[in-house]
Design a protein around this ligand. Structure first.
Ligand code: ADP
Ligand code: MG
Length: 592
């Protein structure tokens, strides 16, 4: 993160300080608009490129920022600073409301909600009697800051680009934190993040509100720069143009926001001058051009143009120190140890129907602390479904689940995770672009508590160091130390499963549920895994394990449960199971 942040920051600082002094007025003004659009685009990178949520309504948030200050400073004679405060409060309130209504629903609800909202607000701006109609409001006062009146283009340039730099710094800090990892995990779907204790609804709401506030800030500056507002720049067309900026620039990086804003602004200006000469008449020809450009971009540079450009820029070598994990950071507090061989998890009468298919039928099992329980059975027996029921990922049709004596059926997977249940997935759920270290640190999410503001200001560095150190320790423990900084997706599948174990261990669980952890491992790697599981058992952890390798299971398990057709076929000590005629017939028959 640090490295990717430096280039845009340096660019911004250079532009803000040098450009207004040496460039003609025309270019300074152009740069000011680029800065204003960049503020909006930065929020959208966080929201769309990184968080995976699409909004068409950002221009309307810009409009609220602009209109709030316009009305308050002209009709009521209030200071622009109060206008800013009002704009941010109104925008924040509306974004919260809109977010609460649409963000819990997956799919198209947010984009459609923002479209509806963007459209209606545009007409509201045009038709509310106090807002000056489509003619707008003029004669806005200047912004004054400690005696400095911001009125020339050069003044605005300084103010705008200082704010852009601040936004980059804050968002960069945020992304490089525990909360930021949770935000970056959103794109991979919410299942894994929730299972690691992340409140994904809250993370989504947070980035939606942050993006809206940045838009409102841009609107406030815009209004005072123009000293005039009317509805046109806040229409849905502009909302789409903001999306174009991040798609063209590169939606997943902060540099992409700046580059996209600059590209669209400069190209638009240039095309508006050029195209009427070419066609011999006026008209919004540049829109057609942008449409074509977007299609080309989606075809040939799906991640936008900035990543292509950035790859050609000279890269600063990462110093060894930056790749060092703060292992000396104090260890995180751990849960109190449990007595061994006590029931941890008790499930009874579990039924799960998928329509007509009964995937689990009157299934039950007990997992004790300090014991390894193996769950075996042919493919399709219902083992993974049982895991999903036990961890709250799927709702039960009926039945009862207790964890440490308390009912947990009906709780969300996040709540269950917080009680000390952690898991891996049969179909690996890692964030492939993120490093092994960051993936595993996500498992420690619940063990940190500093919030978004703290993270944005990087006031949580001590906690972050402890979280990363914990992740590094777990990675070392599972034997993947040499892959600490590799992208998780670059590892072979067997090792990715082990990364998932380290991630689960980072949450300091009482109970570990492993769905086929040894699949894809070589003999020596399996031995290492068996050793690790043995150590966890000694520490008092309860382990429930689905595995097909019978040698592995029978050598490891204290207790074996056999499933077939969603039901329990047998349970007992490994030796009893191996000799059980029903099991032999149904499951081991072909093997023995
Ligand atoms: P196992 O892990 O033992 O191989 P699963 O629990 O994955 O078995 O699957 C048990 C049965 O439930 C299978 O027939 C599977 O197709 C079905 N099943 C699993 N998940 C779903 C789902 N979300 N919707 C519908 N059917 C499902
Ligand atoms: Mg399965």
């Amino acid at each position: 993160m640090k490295r990717t942040l430096l280039t845009p920051l340096a660019l911004v600082a250079g532009l803000a300080l040098v450009a207004p002094q040496v460039l003609p007025e025309y270019y300074v003004t152009l740069a000011n608009y680029i800065g204003l659009y960049s503020l909006v685009a930065l929020g959208m990178v966080l929201l769309t490129g990184i968080g995976g949520l699409t909004s068409f309504g950002q221009a309307a948030f810009v409009g609220i920022g602009a209109y709030a200050t316009a009305v308050l400073s002209t009709s009521y004679g209030l200071s622009p600073w109060l206008g800013l405060l009002a704009g941010l409060l109104i925008t924040g309130g509306i974004a919260l409301l809109l977010g609460v209504l649409t963000l819990r629903l997956s799919g198209h609800y947010l984009p459609i909600g923002t479209l509806a909202w963007g459209l209606s607000l545009f007409y509201l701006f045009g038709n509310l009697p106090n807002l000056g109609g489509f003619g707008g409001i003029s004669n806005l006062p200047n912004i004054a800051l400690f005696g400095w009146t911001i009125d020339s283009s050069a003044d605005f340039s300084l103010a705008i680009w200082a704010l852009v730099a601040a936004a980059i710094w804050l968002i960069g800090n945020l992304l490089d934190s525990r909360e930021g990892r949770a935000i970056r995990a959103l794109k991979g779907g919410t299942v894994m993040a929730e299972a690691m204790g992340v409140n994904t609804a809250r993370s989504k709401l947070a980035i939606f509100v942050v993006a809206a506030l940045l838009a409102a800030l841009s609107g406030w500056l815009y209004a005072h720069l123009q000293r005039f507002v009317n509805p046109t720049p806040f229409s849905i067309t502009m909302g789409i143009e903001y999306l174009f900026m991040i798609v063209l620039g590169g939606a997943a990086s902060l540099g992409g926001a700046l580059f996209g804003a600059a590209l669209v602004t400069v190209l638009k200006q240039w095309l508006q001058d050029l195209l009427p000469h070419v066609f011999g008449q006026g008209g919004n020809f540049e829109t057609i051009f942008f449409g074509a450009l977007i299609i080309l971009c989606l075809q040939y540079a799906r991640d936008g143009l900035w990543p292509l450009l950035a790859a050609r820029l000279p890269q600063r070598r990462r110093a060894a120190a930056e790749l060092e994990v703060p292992v000396e950071a104090a260890a995180l507090p751990r849960r109190e140890a449990l007595p061994a061989n006590q029931p941890l998890l008790q499930a009874e009468g579990l039924v799960k129907r998928f329509g007509g298919l009964v995937a689990n039928n009157n299934m039950g099992l007990t997992v004790n602390s300090g014991e390894i329980t193996a769950l075996i059975g042919p493919n399709g027996a219902g083992k993974s479904t049982l895991f999903n029921l036990l961890t709250g990922l799927l709702p039960l049709t009926s039945g009862e689940i207790r964890f440490r004596g308390e009912r947990i059926d009906g709780l969300s997977s996040r709540r269950i995770a917080r009680l000390g249940v952690s898991r891996t997935f049969q179909h690996v759920r890692l964030l492939p672009q993120m490093s092994v270290l960051e993936n595993v640190a996500l498992g420690a999410h619940m063990r940190g508590e500093s919030g978004l503001l703290c993270a944005s200001l990087h006031l949580e560095r001590e906690e972050e160091a402890r979280l990363l150190a914990e992740a590094a320790r777990q990675i070392e423990r599972v034997g993947l130390k040499e892959h600490l900084f590799d992208a998780a997706g670059s590892l072979p599948l067997g090792k990715q499963r082990i990364v998932e174990i380290a991630r689960a261990l980072s949450s300091d669980p009482y109970l570990l549920l492993l769905d086929e952890p040894a699949a894809g491992l070589r003999h020596l790697e399996k031995q290492a895994l068996a050793e690790l599981l043995g150590k966890l058992r000694e520490e008092g952890m309860g382990v429930l394990l689905v595995e097909h390798d019978m040698d592995f299971v029978m050598g490891m398990a204290d207790q074996v449960v056999v499933m077939e057709f969603g039901q329990k076929l047998a349970e007992g000590l490994p030796q009893q199971i191996q000799d059980d005629p029903a099991v032999l017939a149904a499951y081991l028959g072909g093997v023995e």
